[in-house]
Design a binder for this molecule. Structure first.
Ligand SMILES: NC(=O)c1ccc[n+]([C@@H]2O[C@H](COP(=O)([O-])OP(=O)(O)OC[C@H]3O[C@@H](n4cnc5c(N)ncnc54)[C@H](O)[C@@H]3O)[C@@H](O)[C@H]2O)c1
Length: 423
């Protein structure tokens, strides 16, 4: 393939080097004449293992060229890859001016050429906010190209997961390949580019693919911050940070695993909230500041508020709501700090006609803290609880599956919201 790469920084040069290694022809574009001159001469403007060799070989074989002007190149290119920077602005948002400029420049260039071989696939690898292709990039192409936009260009968003210092290795052994397209369907040009690279491949819509990169980077930051906070507290307490870390990461069932890692309900129960609060206290008493751990309870409270808004969205005042499950998870009668009790309380306070079905709550069997917690939060609980037989005779405006028990019940006619599985 003939590939034009826009932005000869870390991402663009890695893409160029790897495309050359895969026997493609590369034309590099940058606004910086110094970088262009270096790449044209087969020299790498950055330090990154594997890149100097690949660029030198590409230039020697006549497969690599570069320029600040590129109009002619897009006439017969198979693919354009955009890797311009998206640096931070003062308010924390990305500076999208480079993306806007390069989009306009590519669109202007396409205006002047005849794309006999069909639309140019333009794949964006820069990290940019969800909605950027739909709301910024494609409108620039359509404004510039008018009715010919679809015939001249098609967009792909292909987030880049490389890490500097192992960028070339990462390119050929990525954790995954994500391809965002208009309709979430595969793109033949990008599939051809990644042919032979073994990695799970995901096709999704533009904004899903744009979002994935933010999830990844934020989660990596959470991991570093969490490990460092735990390590700081351990050190302050005379606990071995290294030994406890080793034990922690060895648990690939509950700790380093997808378990607990899903968008759904808030955390609750008799252990997590109590021990998160206590850990923050222990850290503070030891003189350590742990903002991430201290943020967990407020984050959970924000999520409980979200769940209430999600469930009550569009409901008429006084609507009839059935909650399936009140305990903090199915197959237990433990109600302590159950987020489902918070939800029930919020729904009642908002004036909805709430009923609750939870076979784990035989109220006669409720004792001790469980009973105290329930009566303190939902004093009228006896009037809310319905039996399986009663369910068949009732009608509701919405059914809220709080504990995943809907699958074991006859179907409901009312809309069902599973709060543990956000769509
Ligand atoms: N560096 C990484 O490890 C990494 C990893 C994944 C994703 N990303 C993302 O990829 C993007 C690029 O990152 P980078 O580190 O390669 O940036 P960089 O700053 O090293 O390179 C960007 C290049 O784009 C050039 N450029 C700006 N406007 C241009 C235009 N109109 N036409 C052509 N070239 C233009 C700049 O001159 C610069 O050389 C960013 O959005 C970044 O967040 C970076």
């Amino acid at each position: 393939m003939k590939i034009c790469i826009f932005g000869l920084g870390y991402v663009g040069l890695t893409g160029a080097a790897c495309a050359l290694t895969s026997n493609h022809t590369v034309f590099g574009v940058d606004v910086d004449p110094g970088k262009v001159a270096a790449v044209k001469a087969g020299k790498s403007p950055i330090v990154e293992p594997g890149i100097p060799e690949a660029l030198a070989k590409g230039a020697a074989e006549g497969k690599l060229d570069a320029g600040t002007e590129f109009a002619e190149q897009v006439a017969d290119a198979d693919l354009a890859i955009v890797c311009v920077g998206t640096p931070s602005l003062a308010d924390g948002s990305h500076n999208m001016s480079y993306i806007a400029n390069v989009s306009r420049q590519i669109a202007e260039a396409l205006k002047t050429v005849d794309r006999a071989n069909g639309p140019l696939t333009v794949a964006f690898r820069s990290t940019m906010r969800p909605g950027s292709i739909d709301d910024l990039v494609w409108p620039i192409f359509t404004r510039t190209l008018g009715e010919t936009a679809d015939a001249k260009a098609e967009m792909v968003y292909n987030p880049e997961f490389l890490r500097e210092s192992t960028a070339v290795k990462d390119y050929f052994n990525p954790p995954k390949i994500v391809l965002g397209t208009k309709d979430g369907q595969p793109n033949a040009t990008l599939d051809a580019l990644f042919e032979g690279i073994e990695a799970p491949r995901f096709y999704c819509r533009f904004r899903d693919s744009e979002f994935v990169k933010f999830m990844d980077n934020s989660f990596h930051a959470v991991k570093v911050a969490f490990a460092n906070e735990a390590g700081r507290v351990a050190t302050a307490l005379g606990v071995s940070a290294a030994a406890t870390h080793e034990i922690f990461v060895s648990d690939t069932k509950l700790n380093v695993s997808p378990y607990y890692l899903r968008p759904g309900g808030a955390f609750g129960g008799s252990c997590l909230p109590k021990d998160v609060r206590a850990f923050a206290y222990i850290a503070g008493a030891a003189g350590e500041n742990v903002p991430l751990i201290e943020s967990l309870m407020p984050s959970n409270a924000a999520h409980k508020d979200f769940v209430f808004r999600h469930v009550s969205h569009g409901l008429a005042p006084g609507a009839r709501v059935l909650m399936l499950g009140l305990t903090f998870k199915a197959a237990t009668d433990d109600l302590r700090e159950s987020p489902n009790v918070d939800l029930a309380e919020a729904l009642m306070k908002a004036g909805y006609a709430l009923e609750v079905y939870d076979p784990a709550l035989e109220d006669a069997a409720l004792i001790g803290q469980n009973l105290g917690f329930l009566l303190g939060r939902l004093p009228g609980i006896d009037d809310l609880l319905v039996t399986a037989d009663e369910l068949a005779t009732r009608s509701y405006d919405v059914v809220v599956d709080a504990n995943g028990m809907a699958k074991n019940l006859p179907p409901f006619t009312a809309p069902l919201i599973d709060i543990n599985a956000l769509k």
